[in-house]
Ligand binder design. Structure first.
Ligand code: URA
Length: 319
């Protein structure tokens, strides 16, 4: 090994060792002064016992002036590097990624579509009564879908000059899928066939609700609103000239009256009313007529008004 040109040459090995030890001490002090806290300063230099007393002190390299004590203001920000090691550092454990914060409320978000607007969109997409019937059968816009046996769409042809509109299916209608086939059905059939004098199959019959309310209770406002677009599209496709609403629920619904403003049948019947669906001639519900037979003569008057609009003559009295 060639001698270090920085160190003075020594013939005496003891002096050489002293000089090396002093140089090492100076080196450690400098590292310590520059923030390496892993350095432990050796004890101050003591005269070597191995050194003979007669021996003059070994010349040492002049040490650099000790650095000024560190002030907090100039302390290095980064910690001193770790001492070198051969051990493989442990693999960095990935920190769990926190889920992103929920998005802030957006001020201009469109409101969720109501059942009625969803039904209206689906109804508008139906180009004929067959597709409308199929769409109604899939409807889940209100709670009645969970209690119905099936939907009750209509009875009669696809185009009709006269349309009867009832309130909602009853038990038999729910079971058979056809309107007015329960207790009130035969009376309506008599009104059409004996009163007007045409086969029931030539008129259209539908309801405001397409599903049966449990226990035949009155339809709720929400149910009527959710179901309304089906009937509106049905009327559009049927194209009737005259509509006969049966009872106050159907009459008020077709007139767009709801809530506490529902009008009584007494104030609605006996006249032609204009509506967004065309001409209405409201009359009593057949179920009411079964309970109140005296009202049948008024119903007959109403039916004659409807027939007059259609240009139909009452059938000749049998002699
Ligand atoms: N009552 C109605 O309003 N509609 C029907 O279909 C049967 C009874």
């Amino acid at each position: 090994m060639s001698p270090d040109p920085q160190l003075p040459a020594h013939d005496d090995p003891a002096h050489e060792l002293d000089a090396l030890a002093n140089a090492a001490r100076a080196h450690l002090r400098r590292r310590r002064a520059f923030g390496d806290r892993s350095v432990r300063l050796p004890a101050p230099e003591r005269p070597s016992a191995a050194r003979p007393a007669t021996t003059s002190p070994a010349p040492t390299r002049p040490e650099p002036a000790p650095p000024r004590p560190e002030s907090p203001a100039v302390r290095p920000l980064a910690p001193p590097p770790p001492p070198p090691t051969l051990r493989t550092p442990p693999a960095a454990v990935p920190r769990p990624v926190a889920p992103p914060p929920p998005p802030l409320a957006q001020p201009n978000v469109a409101p969720a579509p109501s059942p009625a607007s969803e039904v209206a969109a689906r109804a508008a997409a139906c180009k004929d009564l067959a597709s409308l019937r199929a769409a109604v059968a899939e409807c889940r816009a209100c709670g009645l879908c969970s209690t119905r046996t099936q939907t009750v769409f209509s009875d009669g042809p696809d185009r009709a000059r006269l349309l009867f509109v009832g309130e909602a299916p009853g038990e038999q209608e729910d079971l058979q899928g056809v309107p007015f086939v329960g207790p009130a059905g035969p009376l309506l059939t008599d009104i059409i066939e004996k009163g007007i004098g045409i086969p029931r199959s030539q008129v259209a019959i539908a309801n405001v609700l397409k599903c049966r309310p449990p226990g035949n209770r009155d339809p709720s406002q929400e149910e009527k609103r959710a179901c309304a677009p089906w009937l509106a599209r049905q009327i559009e496709l049927l194209g009737p000239e005259v509509i006969v609403p049966l009872g106050r629920h159907a009459a008020n619904h077709l007139l767009g009256v709801e809530g506490p403003d529902l009008r009584s049948m007494g104030s609605l019947r006996g006249q032609v009313l204009e509506s967004r669906f065309g001409k209405l001639v409201p009359t009593y519900h057949p179920s009411y007529l079964l309970r109140t037979p005296d009202a049948k003569k008024d119903c007959w008057k109403d039916i004659q008004v409807a027939m007059g609009l259609l240009g139909l003559e009452p059938p000749k009295k049998r002699g």
